[in-house]
Write a new protein. Structure first.
Ligand SMILES: Cc1cc2nc3c(=O)[nH]c(=O)nc-3n(C[C@H](O)[C@H](O)[C@H](O)COP(=O)(O)OP(=O)(O)OC[C@H]3O[C@@H](n4cnc5c(N)ncnc54)[C@H](O)[C@@H]3O)c2cc1C
Length: 423
């Protein structure tokens, strides 16, 4: 078998103050959001990392947009990496919720701006992946594309990643950042709960063909009679939108491809026909080349680690797109994992404490997203009930401080983890 040796820059590694015995080199599987971030975070504590990405190029799902909230941007800030992501998107600090009948439900709090004025952003998925990849490369992190993990072997104090092309890489620890369909998760927790379809499919688009109805910086979210629609104006004059449609049984890629773009456009128009919202205008103005995503969530497995192997990001837990937190949770995971590796003598001890630091927070995010998904998927009587009870929910959402636990969460990178973990 051909050995794929991690490319090490020995001068740099030796010059790091904290070359860590038995933790000198990490293999990171997945070059999406969590992977490059983890590599940057490990570099900060003196652990060299190599990223292995299955796809030959960066970023699939090119068209999708993502919101990155202040807790996620602040986690990147601890690595001096938030500006590259922030500047690849545009600020959207306000979120206003509406019912399909045109009733304004209220405005939610999106957290306290970072000290340098950074606000929550919306960013293209491609741009997010590219920004993180470029930043990791700029800092000297090797990223190998076309390397799909097939299986993992543990050999004493070493761990080997075997790829589908027959090559292998060996390191002191392995971080599974390989997303919702994680291969690493099969190794760590073979009986873990599988991703669960939440009864919604999502798509989105960008158009320059209509004048924005709102100022840039506002996301208008409409809980419509039959579906959910959100739109926001970008400072460049384009309007970005996304839609979630209730869909009973999880469709396969083949099912979704069986409907043509113009048929999908017609379905979307029907779904929003009774709502007072900009949906129809924006959908008509956007070329109907949709990418659809069935939406999932997944509880974290009981253990997020096994031996010298650990899970982060969607490989560990999936809160569904409705949380707007998947990428931010991945950033937080990467930073907290690095702190634990810094403060513990061996990977298993660090992984144990990393899970302790993260588990309650990611469970709470997942629970919140479930509630939003129920509101988006509501039809018939449950939709009527939703519309009656929504103002109560909004009262909570609009209360200053109600979501401080989420958006104002700040990680103090330098603080020893023992200060945070009760015995
Ligand atoms: C439609 C949609 C909208 C979303 N909107 C938002 C949003 O607004 N805000 C937000 O924060 N989150 C959002 N999310 C969620 C967010 O995209 C994920 O939570 C985030 O990308 C997780 O990062 P990750 O690095 O764990 O996984 P990913 O970004 O999926 O990266 C995993 C990487 O691992 C690679 N990989 C997989 N298997 C292997 C293997 N065997 N070997 C090697 N490499 C492998 C993949 O190719 C991929 O590059 C959305 C998701 C969807 C689908």
């Amino acid at each position: 078998m051909k050995k794929l040796l991690p490319e090490r820059d020995d001068n740099r590694v030796e010059s790091l103050e904290q070359e860590r015995e038995g933790m000198a080199h990490a293999l990171i599987i997945g070059g999406g959001v969590a992977g490059p971030t983890a590599a940057i975070a490990l570099q900060k504590i003196g652990i060299d990392a190599t990223v292995y990405e299955a796809y030959a190029t960066t970023a699939h799902d090119v068209g999708a947009s993502m919101g990155i909230s202040l807790n996620g941007l602040d986690a990147l800030r601890t690595l001096d990496a938030h500006t590259v992501v922030r500047d690849a998107g545009f600020p959207v600090p306000r979120g206003i919720m509406w019912l399909g009948n045109g009733r304004r439900l209220g405005e939610g709090h999106t957290g306290t701006p970072l000290p340098d004025g950074t606000l929550p952003i919306v960013i293209g998925r491609y741009d997010l992946y590219a920004a993180l990849r470029e930043e990791a490369l700029r800092r000297g992190v090797p990223i190998h594309h076309g390397k799909r993990l097939a299986h993992i072997g543990q050999r004493g104090d070493q761990v080997a990643a075997v790829f589908t092309d027959g090559t292998e890489a060996v390191g002191d620890l392995l971080i599974g950042a390989d997303g919702i369909r994680s291969t690493t998760r099969h190794f760590v927790a073979p009986h873990a709960p599988r991703p669960r379809y939440v009864g919604l499919i999502g798509t989105g688009g960008i158009t320059r063909e209509v004048a924005p109805q709102s100022d840039p910086g506002v996301m208008n979210m409409v809980f419509g009679r039959r579906a959910f629609f959100a739109s926001m104006a970008s400072p460049d004059g384009s309007v970005w939108w996304f839609a979630n449609l209730p869909w009973a049984d999880e469709p396969t890629a083949t099912d979704l491809a069986a409907t043509s773009g113009s048929q999908w456009q017609e379905r979307l128009l029907q779904a929003f026909a009774e709502d007072r919202s900009p949906a129809a205008r924006l959908i008509r103005a956007t070329p109907p080349d949709y990418t659809w995503f069935p939406m999932h969530d997944m509880h974290a497995p009981e253990r997020w680690h096994r031996g010298r192997v650990v899970l982060i990001g969607d490989a560990a837990h999936v809160s569904s797109a409705s949380s707007g937190q998947g990428a931010s949770m991945a950033f937080e995971d990467a930073v907290q994992l690095a702190r634990c590796l810094r403060d513990r003598d061996d990977p298993p001890a660090a992984f144990h404490d990393y899970q302790r630091l993260r588990v309650d927070r990611v469970s709470k995010v997942l629970a919140g997203a479930k509630q939003v998904n129920r509101s988006k998927a509501a039809t018939g009587v449950s939709r009527v009930l939703r519309d009656v009870t929504f103002p109560l929910f909004m009262r909570k959402f609009s209360t200053p401080g109600a979501f401080a636990w989420l958006y104002d969460h700040r990680i103090d990178f330098d603080r020893p983890i023992d200060d945070q973990l009760s015995p």
